[in-house]
Design a protein around this ligand. Structure first.
Ligand SMILES: Cc1cc2nc3c(=O)[nH]c(=O)nc-3n(C[C@H](O)[C@H](O)[C@H](O)COP(=O)(O)OP(=O)(O)OC[C@H]3O[C@@H](n4cnc5c(N)ncnc54)[C@H](O)[C@@H]3O)c2cc1C
Length: 467
């Protein structure tokens, strides 16, 4: 039976054909799971697709794509559903949902892992850490590897082992015409270049093959917090200390109100704080020695740094980012944490109201900076700081105020901004996408787009217009 609202009568035959061949679930508005499945991670996105095609394998992806194109419906691709602007769901469209595609194959001898497009970060980490290995991924375990990888992927291992894309060996892609192609350093090299930062513009990636690196399984990692009143001293100390740190250390500077999570004493919840989140991948004693001056600096009010399993550290930020919170993101790279940048962080940090809002600056460099800026399509800096300002609430209540706070903070950063991470943009229009990639990279992306998706079938993303 065709899901109600899904397609016009002309397409009944095409839908019947899809139903016969499709092995996963076809979820229309009448399906009991529809309400839950139409929602994405960002609670402020409220869209009603005509159909959610829950794919169980690559042929399902090909069949769902063929049907959506035949019916002329907007196509949204979903991996983990964490796109801030909600690109993985479309009103009246078809969601090609790779969520059920969870297969992971780890080859510890060759140090290679292959993961299907529906795998989440935490799932891949658990599978690889069973062998003491890891792919550098992001910092919240329920994010999808698909969207994260296609945007670049930064996280706790990046200064030691590079970005996620720097560890991508190959991708299997279903193109707009339904062909299945492999992209790697040996095959379809232009496509491979574009996939490493160009988002979902070129096709549906059904599997990713990554290089694995030795990690842990225990790392020295955690979070130290100080009162925001001490922010100027902490910020200046952090800047010099982190710049001198070896590649084993990856850190981020955070300004926000202390979140109401179990790890933080209840009496501190809501207090404006500045914090350093950190992860050391290497010999524990040496890591503790490198971290000691930071942990001793001034008067920390919380110190959660300890030896802990890497998979546990990967979940450190999870409680602060539950599914369904309303979030608005303003992304910006800065070349350095100058006094001017720190001033903006502290000034706007002092004005934040919600316990969900805040800003974070991740320090790149190390292995991430040893890959050439045009060797991949990664939009952001490889040597400075990736900054994100998020205005967020638990529900619609107060969301406009937080969004405005994020915009004001971002405006204040204007003199310092150098670029942005494409995966942190909202829906900000073609010009902004072009600006973020920069002319040369954008022109190359357009050439790949013209080859693999000239009709812009895949346009629910930070869209590269074929031109
Ligand atoms: C809580 C949270 C924490 C985050 N932390 C980090 C972090 O530490 N590091 C980091 O780098 N980023 C981080 N991000 C940003 C994250 O990388 C992006 O939101 C990413 O797009 C999420 O991927 P997804 O598969 O979950 O999202 P989805 O919403 O499913 O997809 C995102 C985009 O990718 C496209 N897409 C998804 N799957 C495929 C596929 N198989 N083939 C082709 N296109 C596809 C979608 O169409 C959409 O345009 C975070 C985001 C959130 C919400």
């Amino acid at each position: 039976m065709l899901p109600r609202m899904a397609v016009a009568n002309d397409d009944q035959i095409a839908y019947a054909h899809l139903e016969r061949s499709f092995r996963g679930d076809l979820v229309g508005p009448d399906h009991p799971a529809y309400e839950a499945l139409r929602r994405v991670w960002n609670g402020s996105i409220d869209r009603r697709p005509a159909l959610i095609a829950r794919c169980s394998d690559r042929p399902d992806v090909v069949a769902a794509l063929a049907f959506a194109r035949r019916a002329g419906l907007t196509i949204a691709i979903r991996g983990g559903g964490h796109s801030f602007p909600g690109f993985s769901v479309a009103d009246g469209g078809v969601v090609i949902d790779l969520g059920p595609m969870k297969r992971i194959d780890v080859d510890p001898e060759r140090r290679v892992a292959r993961a299907e497009g529906g795998v989440l970060l935490g799932e891949l980490d658990r599978a690889t850490q069973a062998h003491g290995l890891a792919v550098p991924l992001g910092s919240v375990t329920h994010t999808g590897i698909a969207g994260l990888t296609l945007g670049g992927g930064f996280g706790w291992l990046m200064r030691k082992y590079g970005l996620t894309i720097d560890n991508l060996l190959a991708a299997e892609v279903v193109t707009a015409d339904g062909d299945v192609v492999e992209a790697s350093a040996a095959e379809n090299t232009d496509l491979f270049w574009g996939l490493r930062g160009g988002g979902g513009n070129f096709g549906i990636v059904t599997s990713f093959t990554y290089r694995l690196n030795p990690v842990g399984p225990t790392v020295v990692a955690g979070l130290v917090l100080w009162a925001l009143e001490d922010g100027a001293e902490v910020g200046r100390f952090y800047r010099e200390w982190a710049l001198a740190a070896p590649d084993e250390l990856t850190t981020a500077l955070v300004v926000r109100r202390a979140p109401a999570v179990d790890l933080i004493p209840a009496e501190l919840h809501g207090r404006p704080v500045i914090g350093v989140a950190c992860s050391w991948v290497g010999a524990h004693d040496r890591g503790e020695a490198v971290l000691a001056p930071m942990r001793r600096f001034g008067t920390p009010i919380v110190d959660l740094v300890s030896r802990r399993p890497f998979v546990e550290h990967q979940g450190l930020l999870d409680p602060s980012f539950p599914h369904g919170i309303w979030i608005y993101s303003k992304a910006s790279d800065v070349a350095a944490l100058t006094d001017g940048v720190l001033e903006v962080m502290l000034d706007h940090g002092a004005r934040v109201r919600s316990l969900r809002s805040g800003m974070i600056a991740w320090q790149l460099g190390g292995a991430a900076a040893r890959v050439g800026v045009l060797d991949t399509a990664f939009s952001s800096t490889r040597n400075g700081y990736l900054m994100d300002v998020v205005g967020a609430t638990d529900s619609a209540d107060g969301f406009d105020v937080e969004r405005q706070w994020a915009r004001d903070c971002w405006d204040a950063l204007a003199p310092h901004r150098t670029g942005a991470y494409v995966n942190w943009l909202m829906e900000e229009g073609d010009e902004r996408v072009r600006e973020v990639y920069g002319e040369e990279r954008y022109r190359r992306l357009q050439a790949v787009k013209r080859q693999y998706d000239p009709k812009n079938v895949f346009h629910l993303n930070q869209n590269v217009v074929p031109g």
